[in-house]
Design a protein around this ligand. Sequence first.
Ligand code: GLC
Length: 560
Amino acid sequence: MQRTYWKENVIYQVYPPSFKDSNGDGWGDLRGIISKLDYLQELGVGIVWLGPVYQSPFADNGYDISDYYEVHKDYGTMQDLEDLIAGLHERGIKLIMDLVINHTSDEHPWFQQSRTSKDSPFRDYYIWKPPGPDGKEPNNWRSFSNESAWQWDDQTGEYYLRLFDRKQPDLNWEHAPMREEIYSMIAFWLDKGIDGFRLDAINMISKDPDFPDAPEDARHPRGQEFYKNGPRIHEFLHEMYTRVLAEYPEIMTVGEAPTVTMEQVKEYTSPDRQELNMVLLMELMSIGKTPKDPWGVQPWTLKELKDKIVKWYKGAFSEGWYGVYMSTHDHPRMIPHLFGSGEHREAAAQMIGTFLHTIPGTPFVYQGEELGMSNTHYGSIEDYHDAGTIGFYRREIEKGTDGRKVLEQIHHRSRDGARSPMQWSGEAQGGFSTGKPWIPVNENYNEVNAEQQMQDPDSVFSHYKKLIALRKEFPVMVYGDFRLLLTDHDQLFVYTRSLGDERWLIVINFAHQEISVPWEQLENELQADGFHSERQRLLGGRSGKESLWQPYEACIFRLV
Ligand code: GLC
């Protein structure tokens, strides 16, 4: 298996609006990030993924780009960005940027030109269609906001396709001149010295050129298998690789590719195919959520989690590669979602840290996860900013649903829950800003903040720091074979990682209560695999008791 830095390092996601504000306007900025580089170095992360900081009207917090070559003034200047790259590199940390190329903003000059006339040289940069025979939308596709994916435009009397918001028209990847523009832009950023990209919604860039109606179950907002992984997707990615990425052999790419089969993961990420380095294992984010209703929750079982980890390991670990995460800017924080924010909050946060750093795949840490930050539950819709959340609230209120009930659903599912400012200290606004933050800070910043946790050897922060340090020291955490033990246990997640003579046993109690560990059975299973069962504790194990494990207790043992 290919050994490389993007498998060995931990990737830390900075969500720029909420990381650190340096000028008191309540909005995070590049100077703010620069002021926290020592923090990132102390944590030990090797790669930072910076969310989009390009010019944008902010209909989707920057995932709607109106100029790929400019830094938004609210984030700072190009010089600030160059200083950030240099500051990270001085500390041995790499920087990858978000590459949003499935769509642009409707305020991008390409779209502005495209919409003026059917003869515009930019017309084919986007996907325009006349109304269908019934005078309605060209087909039945739905967007992520659960409206038609087709947006009517009066100027030329046609619809344009937008899989996301109406202000995010989809680019037309069938049009070669548009692709060339994208490749030039990629080269511009790589020439600045960045180390790669996280490619947003990348498996949606190739659409079925016939634009047929989707089957009923696939036109639903969460079931768009239909327009993902389209017919020319591999050709486009390989072309991007050969035309531009190959010129920069040290860089890395990670694709956001929801709804993929294991065959597709291998196609996207096998090194010999020259497409992407890895895709994100996104399925963990769906645990405890209703599959078709973007606003519902449901009970979950440990079996589901085990099945997903085993499926990806067997399907993609050796031939391809993937990143693992359970927190990001697009979902409420998963740890409080799955385990609550009650008395065992810290234990659960540390347990998930141990889990994510010891299962196969590159770990992604979302800002604040290393502090065990919880979700915000704002009491009024006025405090929410996400367009999808506000649209859902409005539609429900129009239907006559009780406002409190709608807010309750929003608390469980709105992605704004994870977007509250980083909690740096016990100062006003958690030390994020001297002004009024664009979105309210979580009230618990006095108890949960970086300043205090950095001094506490037992904090979530210190635990993450130890895990990251272990990953640097022990290749078994990266390249080791994975094997599940106590397969059917519905509260304990137990597995081995092994590489040559280095053999580790990881025992995790996923339950909210004490559990007795069936050591005899476990030792038999280890011996059947040819492993010794004598163990040394490397990390974790709060209780110190061998058989009775505390709620969310997690321990890494070395088998000797
Ligand atoms: C990705 C981003 C998300 C954004 C969407 C549209 O899923 O992570 O934040 O809204 O793409 O660009």
